[in-house]
Write a protein that binds this ligand. Structure first.
Ligand code: ASP
Length: 353
């Protein structure tokens, strides 16, 4: 009898740990849109390497407790390693997510995605999701064949985050290993360790643990674009010592509609690269300057030929704290708008440092 009472008390306590509604209340409806990645990969016995092998529906089966937190529906968009992702696939993902969020019954969406390009994929949706409902990108650093895959717990935490009122207003986030990162500043910083996503000096938005969501910060910014039918070609390019600018000239000759030039330091390049940039600007090709430096962003601190102040003066837009691959997607979306101007572009890249 005593153990029966203890078990009953434990089960009742679950309602205080998991945000599950009391009997009779309907669970929130959460869509999971699967795209692939390590979270959906297994080891190929022939090679010993991970390959896409798990469907979206299988992912959910690996997390039985999900049913206590939400009604789950699954949409499989694709099943690819995210090193194969394209802006066009993210465009289609944005269209789908907006469609799902338009249903008043839907609480939010979890996107399962590879971690290699998750940061920029989440940023693309941060710029194109037209609903304030939560969208949580989640993945895994250990695949389903490994000793302790991190996918199931990450999916559970992502669904709990969507269901939590604390996440309202966070926009699109990247949530792995309990940490909630804003799509604006999140970066993948470890190639194999589960604690790979961080937002550096900007800090985490929050933390998901024991079924609860802790909030540390608000979403830093909000900037939205309608999803275009077509995305223009924008080439991201990282300068190097001794760079003569010829590859920048080739990108322009090959039809690039915009350039993102990743400089060194606070956004500096050598005079030969500066000359190639100037030629692109004269052809009315917008140029955004980013930096290869992890944190701190681009500022007009240096005035010699090729310094950030010089580049801004000749018409480049300094990219602030947005990294190169996110800046590329932002420039693609900006160029796809009929009212594009360099002034508008400049306003999108705030110097928020
Ligand atoms: N290569 C994988 C991907 O990006 C890595 C991962 O998901 O952790 O799809």
């Amino acid at each position: 009898m005593r153990s029966y009472v203890l078990v009953t008390i434990f089960l009742l306590s679950l309602w205080f740990i998991l945000p599950v509604p009391l009997p009779g209340e309907e669970l929130p409806l959460v869509w999971i849109v699967s795209t692939g990645g390590t979270i959906a990969e297994r080891i190929n016995p022939a090679t010993g390497a991970a390959v896409p092998a798990v469907t979206g529906a299988d992912l959910i089966k690996a997390v039985p407790d999900l049913a206590k937190a939400a009604r789950i529906k699954v949409f499989a968009l694709c099943n690819i390693d995210s090193s194969h992702m394209t802006p066009e696939i993210w465009r289609k993902l944005a269209v789908k997510v907006n469609e799902l969020l338009a249903d008043p019954e839907v609480k939010g969406v979890v996107v399962t995605h590879g971690t290699d390009t998750m940061a920029e994929g989440a940023f693309f949706l941060e710029l194109t999701v037209d609903s304030p409902k939560p969208v949580v990108f989640v993945g895994a650093m250990r695949n389903a064949s490994e000793l302790s895959p991190d996918g199931p717990a990450n999916i559970m935490n992502a669904v709990l985050q969507v269901c939590s009122e604390k996440s309202a207003g966070w926009g699109v986030t990247v949530t792995l290993n309990s940490y909630v990162n804003s799509a604006w500043y999140v970066k993948k910083t470890e190639s194999t360790n589960p604690q790979t996503f961080t937002s550096g000096p900007h800090g985490y938005l929050g933390y998901v643990i024991m079924g609860k969501v802790e909030q540390f910060n608000d979403q830093p910014r909000s900037l939205k674009f309608p999803v275009p039918d077509k995305l223009p070609t924008v080439i991201p390019y990282s300068v190097f010592a001794g760079d003569d600018g010829s590859l920048i000239r080739k990108a322009v000759a090959d039809g690039a509609k915009g350039l993102v030039i990743e400089g060194v330091g606070a956004g500096n390049v050598n005079p030969e690269v500066a000359a190639a940039i100037k030629e692109a600007l004269e052809k009315k090709i917008p140029v955004v300057i980013t930096t290869r430096v992890e944190w701190g962003g681009v500022v007009p601190a240096y005035g010699d030929v090729g310094g950030g102040e010089y580049l801004e003066k000749i018409g480049c837009v300094l990219g602030g704290e947005i990294d190169t691959h996110k800046a590329r997607l932002l420039l693609m979306l900006a160029l796809a708008q009929p009212d594009f101007t360099n002034e508008k572009l400049k306003s999108y890249f705030q110097y928020d440092i």
